[in-house]
Design a protein around this ligand. Structure first.
Ligand SMILES: [Zn+2]
Length: 287
């Protein structure tokens, strides 16, 4: 083995250790309707990876092995392609059932990310990029779902809006199908602002009672939701695109059929403000 192969091997061994430790960890499923989650993905005909609910201390312990970019440090859940496991953070001292419903819907978002077959890793000797770090080497999944790793320095992934949007779209469908808006938004003080926003109610949540907020994925989901109203077959293609290249091509074709060039624009935006500008744009034409 050359140095690169040795390093790759070492990282993969490290992943395997974390994966088995995590998967044998007790899942903190108090108040979580696991059957309802499974039913959602069964109905969508999507194959998802294991999910582990963890109390905040355990979550932080495992999260420490994951991406340490500042943007995701306070995350409430993550799907780690390298260990093919979704981790969800519980705040078990918080008020129930809002906390449980929130964690449950976060699990739906993260599991939607996990519904993909393509996770071929490769290696980078750089400081940046998502996933596990061992010394100076970073092993990186080339693609997860619609998100394609492109620039390890900027930490930007091509297709981030579509990938985050897709995962949040599944979460939003779950919230609507199970009538969970009331529980997620109970006590929220900014309901009037939310009703005027281009981001629908089912993409908002609260960490604790106060002001509800929406994630960056909610912006992408709102774009995709508007597009699925223009072409109702798009949702099916988005789901098919998780598992095969034909589905991916269909997504591109259908979005561009709604508006020429829109798919390329959606693939190349990176920041929340760029996401929001794109949503305003699509919202003004297709709402
Ligand atoms: Zn996400």
């Amino acid at each position: 083995m050359n140095t690169q192969e040795k390093s790759t091997h070492k990282i993969q061994e490290h992943w395997a250790t974390i994966r088995s430790s995590l998967r044998s960890h007790d899942s903190a499923t108090e108040g979580i309707n696991v059957d309802r989650i499974n039913a959602h993905f069964d109905e969508a005909d999507l194959e998802v990876k294991p999910v582990v609910f963890l109390n905040s201390k355990d979550y932080d312990y495992y999260y420490n092995f994951l991406d340490d970019s500042a943007a995701t440090l306070r995350s409430s859940g993550v799907y780690a392609p390298d260990i093919q496991t979704a981790l969800i953070r519980r705040e078990l001292s918080a008020d129930q059932p809002r906390e449980a419903v929130r964690a449950e819907t976060v699990a739906v978002h993260e599991l939607a990310h996990s519904a993909t077959i393509e996770t071929q890793p490769y290696i980078h000797y750089t400081e940046a990029g998502r996933i596990f770090k061992r010394g100076s080497a970073t092993l990186h999944a080339v693609r997860n779902g619609f998100s394609q790793h492109e620039n390890p320095i900027q930490k930007f992934n091509r297709g981030r809006l579509i990938e985050e949007g897709y995962a949040e779209l599944e979460r939003g469908l779950y919230v609507q199908n199970n009538d969970l808006e009331g529980q997620l938004l109970r006590g929220s003080q900014n309901l009037n602002d939310i009703r005027e926003s281009a981001i629908p109610l089912h993409y908002w949540t609260q960490e604790r009672p106060g002001r509800a907020y929406s994630s960056i994925g909610a912006v992408g989901a709102s774009v995709l939701e508007l597009l699925t109203k223009e072409d109702p077959t798009l949702l099916n293609s988005l789901r098919e695109g998780r598992g095969n290249a034909n589905g991916l091509r269909d997504v591109a074709k259908k979005i561009n059929a709604i508006e020429s060039g829109l798919y390329q624009n959606m693939r190349t935006v990176h920041t929340r403000s760029e996401f929001e500008t794109l949503l305003e744009d699509v919202h003004s034409r297709f709402n």
